[in-house]
Structures are given as structure tokens and as C-alpha cells.
Design a protein around this ligand. Structure first.
Ligand code: DGL
Length: 256
């Protein structure tokens, strides 16, 4: 048993799509959500810069007493997960695009993966495509403008629909029947992506639920579950200004 918090970290609001899964499934666990905000988006930053940002953020969460950290950011995972695991001696969970389930479920043998530029260059991502994508065409597309739409709370605007259409339409035209949301910001655009997909038979998948399961299995493996009577504390922190912090809290509560 361990009642210390679990840290959940992302460049901004995106990791809330993972946070909400943890909050729902693990009501006794205290959670500290760190949404950098100041340096967002990470997607096109150099690997070294993302590694520095991720190390500082995880150190901050460790110093706040976290027993485990979920890097709820595919981009930071792609750039820095090995370094983080070598630097900190608590369990660190990373996030990767759900390529394996997508390749297992496609019938058309064409899968689209939308993610940031950095994630699509990640070694683990490329080796997963190599390993599980045999006989499957894996279309890689950068979600240009997606993160900005979510950070600006503009999910429901015609401009965002245009941004999404520009990326999603060519993937479907090439025959994909599964679209992988390979960035934690993108589940906030699920409704608009579904609108663009329309009647066509295309599944939209993300990694949120799988990561929640992974967290549970690590809590058990390390004996780190909070006690049943723990009164969970929920905290939000950011390196951006107070206004951003308030929007982060509002978005978290709306996402439940
Ligand atoms: N939410 C992040 C991810 O999962 C990164 C978005 C960004 O900062 O570019 O990749």
C-alpha cells in the first residue's frame, strides 16, 4: 500500500485524455497533473530539448512525492523515455501510438497513424510498425494544427474541422479503416474526426484505456496501490500562467 500520488505529465492539455481514464478507474489514487503549457507544443522541438523538458518535469513530480509517473505524451515518450527510466528510480509509464491493435484489427490492410513529427520519428514507433505492420500499409501523418486547436479550446469551430479534414480525408481516401490517434491531445478532437469520417466504416482508436491498464498492473507489481480508504487528492500544476492553470482545471473537469 502506498498513498503517495501518481504524476501525470504532458506538454499541455492532451494528457488529460489519459488523466480522466486514471481518475475514473482508480478513485482512491491521488493524482498530480502537470501540463507544462509554457513550452507547448513539443511536437517539432529537437529531441534533446524535449528530453531536458521531460527530465525537469519528472524531477518536479518526483520532488512532489510521486510514487509513479505517467508520461501522458507520445512525443515526450518518443524522445525521452529511456533517459527518464535511467534517471529516476520510480516506475515510469510511457505512451505510444496504438499501432499493434490497429494492425491486428484492420480488414482493408491500411492503417492511418496521426501523431506529431517527433513521435513519428521515434525508434520504438518505427520498430513497432516494422514488427506488427507486416502486410499492412501504415500511413503516417502529422496532425498539423491539431494540438493548437485543443490548447486554444477551439475543438468545435469550423476552422478546426478544416484542419482535421485536411489530414484525415487523404488517409481515408487511401483506404484506411483504422485511424490511430497517436497524440494525447487528439482524443479531444474525436467528435470532429468522427464527423469528417461520417458514414464510412473507419475505427478511431487511442491508447488511453491501455495505459490505464498498464498503470494498474505496475501498481500491483510494485505493491503501490493506495488504500481503499485513501481520500484522493487531485492537483493541477503548470509552468504557464494562472489563467492557463485555470483552463487546465476546467478542461479536466469537463472531460470527466
Ligand atoms: N500531447 C502530446 C503527445 O501525445 C504532444 C503534443 C505537443 O506538444 O506537440 O504527443
Amino acid at each position: 500500500m502506498n498513498n503517495r500520488p501518481i504524476g501525470v505529465y504532458d506538454s499541455g492539455f492532451g494528457g488529460l485524455s489519459v488523466w480522466r481514464e486514471l481518475h475514473r478507474a482508480l478513485p482512491c489514487e491521488s493524482l498530480i497533473y502537470l501540463g507544462d503549457g509554457k513550452n507547448c507544443p513539443y511536437g517539432s522541438l529537437p529531441k534533446q530539448r524535449i528530453t531536458e523538458l521531460a527530465e525537469a518535469a519528472v524531477r518536479d513530480l518526483v520532488e512532489r512525492g510521486c510514487k509513479m509517473v505517467v508520461v501522458a505524451c507520445n512525443t515526450a515518450t518518443a524522445a525521452a523515455i529511456s533517459h527518464l527510466r535511467a534517471t529516476f528510480d520510480i516506475p515510469i509509464v510511457g505512451l505510444e501510438p496504438a499501432v499493434k491493435p490497429a494492425c491486428a484489427m484492420t480488414r482493408s490492410k491500411v492503417v492511418g497513424v496521426i501523431a506529431t513529427e517527433r513521435s513519428l520519428k521515434g525508434e520504438k514507433f518505427l520498430s513497432t510498425v516494422e514488427r506488427y505492420g507486416q502486410g499492412v500499409e501504415v500511413i503516417k501523418a502529422v496532425g498539423e494544427g491539431f494540438v493548437e486547436s485543443v490548447e486554444n479550446n477551439e475543438e468545435d469551430t469550423p476552422a478546426t474541422e478544416q484542419i482535421v479534414r485536411r489530414v484525415v480525408e487523404p488517409i481515408i481516401e487511401r483506404g484506411a479503416d483504422v485511424i490511430v490517434l497517436g497524440c494525447t491531445h487528439y482524443p479531444f478532437l474525436r467528435d470532429v474526426i468522427a464527423r469528417v469520417v461520417g458514414e464510412r466504416d473507419v475505427a478511431i482508436i487511442d491508447s488511453g484505456a491501455a495505459v490505464e491498464k498498464r498503470v494498474e498492473s505496475l501498481l500491483d507489481e510494485y505493491g503501490l496501490r493506495a488504500s481503499q480508504d485513501n481520500v484522493a487528492r487531485i492537483e493541477f500544476i503548470t509552468y504557464a500562467d494562472n489563467k492557463y492553470g485555470q483552463r487546465l482545471r476546467d478542461k479536466a473537469l469537463e472531460s470527466l
